[in-house]
Ligand binder design. Structure first.
Ligand SMILES: NC(=O)C1=CN([C@@H]2O[C@H](COP(=O)(O)OP(=O)(O)OC[C@H]3O[C@@H](n4cnc5c(N)ncnc54)[C@H](O)[C@@H]3O)[C@@H](O)[C@H]2O)C=CC1
Ligand SMILES: O=C(O)CCC(=O)C(=O)O
Length: 471
């Protein structure tokens, strides 16, 4: 008897079309049922549902070609993380008050290598966010071609307004529990929102202290003086722009001379802006969670770096030094006209309405520096308008790929220079673009990088899982 569908499953998974064969109809129904089970088993985790649905929607033709993935229950296994760790993080604030946060690490899949993925410190963090990020990470990591599995972690701790000593005490407490699950061959975290080199330093220091091991490869995103890799800080933003330029290259176009808008003003955004400027783009707007700045003559990146990386201030302060610019509190950045747009802040920050506005304003390409920043409606609008669209799991894979290069240097006790590492990054991104592009063609969706990325990465993980047996 067919199972009763939940509302979410009925709303999101397309019903089989009458033109399809009996076999493909059967597969569509199977995928809809699998999605329904994910929703039931993970109630309320809407970001996780969204990420799963997007991948499942691409997989029909893969199951037709590879029935063994069905019999081996690859999708069911991938949708159930190998391990989900939730723990208490108690710490003392500067007033001596005891505070309690919640820590997470979701180890999604280790078929391709040790779990690999960042830690996010943000008050919005809960299990559903960590699971969506870990799920995306698995496929992203597979696309890089490097031997890394997928995982993600974090805490609902809010670093905003905390002193450096409070940040240190929090990181030490977080690692005091997490360390037992980590190791260079087991699970290797890195940074994400709210976690940069400073936090990785405190986490690494505590890991070293507890284990009495200088195990450089247990964390990436380290400082250059203590095992970090050149170009890791720049890699996610630079990589997103390399991917964008590859997509434009297919259309005999490039970044040069284009007006660009980048959301966020954190690690990914800053280095996306830097590479866009190096390639001749004019970046006129960026943002933080409080509002956006618009500087039609082009953003002053040195000023943004000083405000954000050194002084840790709000983007609003930009206009004090640059009165020619305007600051719009709580404004919609995507209303600013541009040809290239890079969402580099957070999930679901660009919706269907924003996408319509961007298309109307002449936007021709999007590269997602953030993870899942565009809603499904937004993705659909861009696809229908023929906008080149680079999904996060492909376009922002440069960060984790360079983390794998950092692990490689740590393992061989080697240190590479910036130019060499950046060249490696550019080659890796070119490969990812080609893999997505060719896979989309092969599976009948030319130019659709969403399908190309989902299918190519899923097949890689699935082959490894079949080879490793039912584990
Ligand atoms: N750091 C990395 O290497 C990688 C990061 N990512 C993704 O890139 C995005 C940005 O991460 P990072 O730059 O590392 O973090 P970050 O902490 O350095 O910067 C985050 C930026 O996003 C803004 N932001 C956060 N929440 C917001 C909200 N609700 N509305 C508007 N703006 C908001 C912040 O103000 C800040 O400018 C995230 O989606 C992350 O998962 C993806 C791949 C690698
Ligand atoms: O560098 C890493 O290990 C992970 C980076 C990350 O969290 C991401 O790609 O979203």
């Amino acid at each position: 008897m067919p199972k009763k569908r939940t509302q979410a499953a009925r709303r999101h998974v397309p019903l089989p079309s009458p033109a399809r064969t009996t076999r493909t109809t059967h597969i569509d129904e199977k995928l809809a049922g699998l999605f329904e089970d994910v929703v039931k088993r993970n109630p309320g985790e809407v970001e996780f549902h969204q990420a799963v649905r997007e991948v499942l929607e691409s997989l029909g033709p893969v199951l037709v070609k590879h029935p063994e993935f069905g019999t081996q229950k690859i999708i069911e296994r991938i949708c159930e993380p190998e391990r989900q760790i939730i723990f208490r993080v108690p710490w003392q604030d500067d007033q001596g008050q005891v505070q309690v946060n919640r820590g997470f690490r979701v180890e999604v899949n280790s078929a391709l290598g040790p779990y690999k993925g960042g830690l996010r410190f943000h008050p919005s963090v809960y299990l559903g966010i960590v699971k969506f990020l870990g799920f995306e990470q698995l496929f992203k990591n597979a696309l890089t071609g490097m031997p890394i599995g997928g995982g993600k972690g974090g805490s609902d701790f809010d670093p905003k307004g905390k002193s450096t000593s409070e940040i240190m005490r929090f990181c030490q407490s977080f690692m005091t529990e997490l360390y037992r699950h980590l190791g260079e061959y087991t699970d290797v975290p890195a940074g994400d929102i709210g976690v940069g080199t400073r936090e990785i330093g405190y986490l690494f220091g505590q890991y070293k202290r507890i284990t009495n091991r200088y195990e450089s490869g247990v964390l990436t995103g380290k400082g250059l003086d203590w095992g970090g890799a050149q170009a890791r800080k720049e890699a996610t933003g630079y990589g997103a722009v390399f991917f964008l330029n590859e997509m434009l290259g297919v259309r005999d176009d490039s970044v040069d001379g284009k007006t660009c808008v980048v959301s966020g003003s954190g690690n990914v955004a800053i280095y996306a802006i830097e590479k866009l400027q190096q390639l001749g783009g004019k970046v006129v707007a960026c943002s933080d969670s409080a509002g956006f700045i618009h500087d039609p003559k082009g953003l002053d990146l040195a000023l943004i770096k000083q405000l954000k990386e050194v002084e840790r201030r709000r983007i609003a302060d930009y206009i004090t030094a640059r009165p020619r610019a305007r600051y719009v509190p709580n404004g919609n950045l995507w209303d600013v006209p541009c040809q290239l747009a890079l969402p580099c802040a957070t999930q679901n920050e660009l919706n269907g309405k924003d996408a319509v506005q961007l298309v109307k304003n002449g936007c021709i390409a999007i590269a997602e520096g953030a993870n899942m920043p565009t809603t499904p409606e937004g993705v659909r609008v861009f696809a229908e308008a023929g906008v080149a669209f680079g999904p996060g799991k492909a376009a922002n894979a440069g960060g984790v790929a360079t983390s794998a290069l950092e692990m490689q240097q740590n393992a061989s006790r080697d240190v590479w220079d910036f130019a060499f590492t950046e060249k490696r990054l550019a080659v890796i991104i070119k490969g990812i673009h080609q893999r997505c592009y060719e896979t989309a063609e092969e599976y009948g969706a030319p130019g659709n990088y969403v399908k190309g990325a989902n299918i190519a990465s899923f097949i890689k993980v699935a082959h490894a899982m079949v080879a490793l047996g039912v584990v």
